[in-house]
Design a protein around this ligand. Structure first.
Ligand SMILES: [Zn+2]
Length: 142
C-alpha cells in the first residue's frame, strides 16, 4: 500500500475519535506484513488514564486479528474542528512507541501527516532509537 493510501485511512479513522475532554482528534492506520490495514482513533474516558491513543487502538486491533508484524504506520492528528491540511506533523507518544516496538522493526515506515500530500516520512529508529525489547529481558518470544 502506498503512503497516500495509508494516510487516507488514518485521516478517515480520525473522524471516529472520541475526544470530548482534550478535543484533540487522532487517527492511525497500520499496515501489517500480511498486507492488511487496521485503523484506530483515540478513545478518551472521564477517568482520564483509562483512555487510549489511536496508535494503540490500531495495533491492538491488528494483533487481536492475528497480525503480529507491522510494517507501516500513518498518523493524523489535530484539534477536533480542524480538517486537513493540519497545522503540524503529529508524533506518537512514548507509550505507543514502546507498544509499536513489540511488533515492528526499527525500519518501520512511519508517516506523520498534515494531509495526504504533506507528510514527514521517518522510521521507528528515528523516533525511538533505544528501545526496550524482549532481548533486554533475555526472553525469546514464540
Ligand atoms: Zn500514544
Amino acid at each position: 500500500m502506498d503512503n497516500r493510501a495509508l494516510i487516507d485511512h488514518a485521516i478517515a479513522a480520525r473522524q471516529a475519535a472520541y475526544a470530548p475532554y482534550s478535543r484533540y482528534a487522532v487517527g492511525a492506520a497500520v499496515l501489517t506484513a500480511g498486507g492488511r490495514t487496521f485503523t484506530g482513533c483515540n478513545v478518551e474516558n472521564a477517568s482520564y488514564p483509562a483512555g487510549i491513543c489511536a496508535e494503540r487502538t490500531a495495533i491492538f486491533k491488528a494483533v487481536s486479528e492475528g497480525e503480529r508484524r507491522i510494517v507501516a504506520l500513518a498518523l493524523a492528528a489535530a484539534p477536533q474542528e480542524e480538517q486537513p491540511p493540519f497545522g503540524s506533523y503529529p508524533a506518537p507518544c512514548g507509550i505507543c512507541l514502546q507498544v509499536l516496538s513489540e511488533f515492528a522493526a526499527p525500519e518501520l515506515r512511519v508517516l506523520l501527516a498534515k494531509s495526504r500530500e504533506d507528510y514527514q516520512l521517518c522510521t521507528m529508529r528515528d523516533l525511538f532509537p533505544k528501545r526496550f525489547t524482549a532481548a533486554d529481558l533475555k526472553k525469546e518470544i514464540r
